[in-house]
Design a protein around this ligand. Structure first.
Ligand SMILES: Nc1nc2c(ncn2[C@@H]2O[C@H](COP(=O)(O)OP(=O)(O)OP(=O)(O)O)[C@@H](O)[C@H]2O)c(=O)[nH]1
Ligand SMILES: [Zn+2]
Length: 225
């Protein structure tokens, strides 16, 4: 079943899914089936994986897993693939003429590594300098959450957050630092439990050494998550 909204309309809502390298790679037909259809297909796929592993799907504890995983993928941890779930970011006039940087720090990041589909857990720190517009504080947390709810690489997540805030706030002066643990590094493979990954994107004035320093001083990277 084709959805009412075609991809052009969905893209108009969102962040231009198809095109530049900072966009999440998605197929043209990504929204040609409904969420309910996606859940049904993924449920059968998860069941197949579990059966292939030799698990008994008649077991009380296991029988609900395929449906649970399918719903979790579509409605929760990958819900940010759908621009219709993008938070509306209410903006206001900067009537106080506040001209310094605003930093929203220690925003919780729960994302999923797109190479292994394992969790990425950490913190994002976001800052901007107003160009006449301010955004509700919680909207920054919501934007981080929206882009985190996709299969991700941390570099792209960082850039997507900055680009979205630049669009919402109509200024280049936006920065984001993310410090996160990748369970694909911590719990398997090299199994380095203590390492974490820091990424940053500095736009506009944040490319200047002093502005960048002020931001980094405010966030004083705390890695106790
Ligand atoms: N740049 C980048 N790499 C990531 C991210 N998340 C995971 N990776 C890496 O992606 C790489 C995938 O490499 P492969 O060699 O194909 O995968 P693998 O054989 O499972 O590698 P190991 O993890 O070393 O066992 C790994 O080195 C991961 O650590 C991320 O957000 N950014
Ligand atoms: Zn991984």
């Amino acid at each position: 079943m084709k959805l009412d909204s075609n991809l052009d309309e969905i893209n108009a809502l969102g962040d231009d899914h198809i095109g530049t390298s900072t966009n999440t790679p998605m197929r043209e037909d990504a929204f040609e089936i409904s969420n309910e259809e996606k859940i049904d297909i993924i449920k059968a796929d998860v069941k197949h994986i579990m059966e292939t592993l030799g698990l008994d799907l008649n077991d009380d504890s296991l029988k609900g897993t395929p449906n649970r995983v399918a719903k979790m993928f579509v409605k929760e941890i990958f819900s940010g693939l759908d621009p219709r779930n993008k938070p509306s970011a209410s903006t206001f006039d900067n009537k106080y003429k506040y001209g310094e940087m605003l930093v929203e720090k220690n925003i919780t990041v729960y994302s999923t590594c797109e190479h292994h589909l394992l969790p990425i857990v950490g913190r994002a720190h976001v800052a901007y300098i107003s160009n006449g517009t301010v955004v509700g504080l919680s909207k920054m947390n919501r934007i981080v959450d929206y882009f985190s709810n996709r299969p991700q690489v941390q570099e792209r997540l960082t850039i997507q957050i900055v680009k979205e805030l630049q669009k919402v706030l109509n200024t280049e002066d936006v920065a984001c630092v993310i410090d996160a643990k990748h369970l694909c590094v911590n719990s398997r493979g090299i199994r380095d439990v203590d390492s974490s990954t820091v990424t940053s994107e500095f736009g506009g004035k944040f490319k200047e050494k002093e502005t960048r320093r002020e931001f980094l001083d405010y966030i004083k990277l705390d890695t106790t998550f």
